[in-house]
Design a protein around this ligand. Structure first.
Ligand SMILES: Nc1ncnc2c1ncn2[C@@H]1O[C@H](COP(=O)(O)OP(=O)(O)O)[C@@H](O)[C@H]1O
Ligand SMILES: [Mg+2]
Length: 267
C-alpha cells in the first residue's frame, strides 16, 4: 500500500458476557481520550441499557434523541447506513450513535432478516469507507447472542475488560470458546484484555494477571484501571471522567490506555 494511501477506519468493540466488567465505562472514556489526542472517533451504543449514551447526555436528552428516531435500533431495523444517525457529542472529534431501549427486542428483529449476523457490518460499510473516523468504538451488551455476533462481525479488534475480583474471570473461557466458533465469520482479533476496578488493598490484580498469563496468545494491556469513585460521579454528571476531574487516577489511566491502543491498534 502506498504510504500516503488513506488508512482504513479501525472498528473496536468492547465485549465480555459478564456484566459490570467495565465495558461501557471503558468505551466512553477511551473514546474521549482518543478524541482528545486528535483522533476522530465515533462511539456506537449497542446496549439497551444506554450506558454509553448516558455517558455524554442526560436521560432526558437520550430519550429525546430516541423519539427523533436517530438511534442504532432505527438504523438496524431500516438497514440504513449509520452516517444518517450520527449525533455530535459535546466534545471535539467525538460523535455518537445512541442506543434505544427498543434494543431489547433486537434479537427478535434480527431473526427474520437475511444474513442476520452481518446487518451491523453492512450498516457500517459506507461510514467506514468514507474515512471520516479513525476509530469506531462499539459498546456491546453482556450477552452472547446474534446481536453480539453482529458486533463481532463488524469489528477489526476486540477489547475485553475484566474486573480484578475473584469472579472477574468467570465466563472468560466461554467467551474465548465463542470467539473460536466465529473464526470463519469474522477476522476480528483480540486487541487485549483490560484489567479494571483494581483495588490496591486487595490481592486480586496480581492473581488476575497471573491467570490471564496462562492464555499465552492473548495480550493483557500494560495499562490497568484502578477503582476510582470519580468514575461513578462522572457518570452521574454524564461526563467523561477526565472532564469531571482532570487529575483523578482513572482519567490518567484511560489516557495511557488510549496511547497503548494507538500503538497496537495501528492508527
Ligand atoms: N474504575 C472504576 N472504578 C469505580 N467504579 C467503576 C470503575 N469502572 C466501572 N465502574 C462502575 O462499575 C459499574 C459497571 O461498569 P460498566 O462500565 O457499566 O460495566 P459493563 O458495561 O461491563 O456492564 C458501573 O456502575 C460503573 O460506574
Ligand atoms: Mg455496559
Amino acid at each position: 500500500m502506498a504510504e500516503n494511501a488513506k488508512k482504513e477506519t479501525k472498528v473496536i468493540c468492547f465485549t465480555n458476557n459478564k456484566g459490570g466488567s467495565g465495558k461501557s465505562t471503558t468505551c466512553a472514556n477511551l473514546g474521549y481520550e482518543l478524541a482528545a489526542l486528535g483522533k476522530r472517533v465515533l462511539l456506537v451504543d449497542g446496549d439497551m441499557q444506554l450506558n454509553l449514551s448516558l455517558s455524554f447526555f442526560d436521560e432526558e436528552q437520550v430519550l429525546e434523541i430516541a423519539e427523533s428516531g436517530k438511534t442504532l435500533y432505527d438504523a438496524i431495523r431500516a438497514k440504513k447506513d449509520l452516517s444518517d444517525y450520527v449525533v455530535e457529542a459535546p466534545y471535539a472529534n467525538l460523535d455518537l450513535i445512541p442506543s434505544s431501549i427498543l434494543m431489547s427486542q433486537i434479537e427478535y428483529d434480527l431473526f427474520s432478516m437475511m444474513q442476520r449476523e452481518l446487518v451491523l457490518k453492512k450498516c457500517l460499510k459506507n461510514i467506514r469507507r468514507s474515512g471520516v473516523y479513525d476509530y469506531i468504538l462499539i459498546d456491546a451488551p453482556p450477552t452472547l447472542g446474534t446481536w453480539v455476533v453482529n458486533v463481532l462481525c463488524a469489528s477489526d479488534e476486540i477489547v475485553i475488560p475484566v474486573e480484578a475480583t475473584p469472579w472477574g474471570l468467570f465466563g472468560l473461557a466461554n467467551m474465548f470458546d465463542f470467539l473460536g466458533k466465529l473464526e470463519d465469520m469474522t477476522d476480528a482479533e483480540v486487541l487485549g484484555v483490560l484489567i479494571t476496578k483494581v483495588d490496591e488493598r486487595k490481592n486480586y490484580y496480581r492473581q488476575t494477571r497471573e491467570i490471564l498469563g496462562e492464555y499465552e496468545e492473548i495480550r493483557v494491556f500494560d495499562t490497568f484501571i484502578h477503582v476510582d469513585s470519580a468514575i461513578e460521579w462522572s457518570q452521574d454528571a454524564s461526563k467523561p471522567v477526565s472532564v469531571y476531574k482532570r487529575s483523578t487516577r482513572s482519567a490518567l489511566e484511560y489516557k495511557k490506555l488510549a496511547e497503548e491502543v494507538m500503538k497496537y491498534g495501528g492508527r
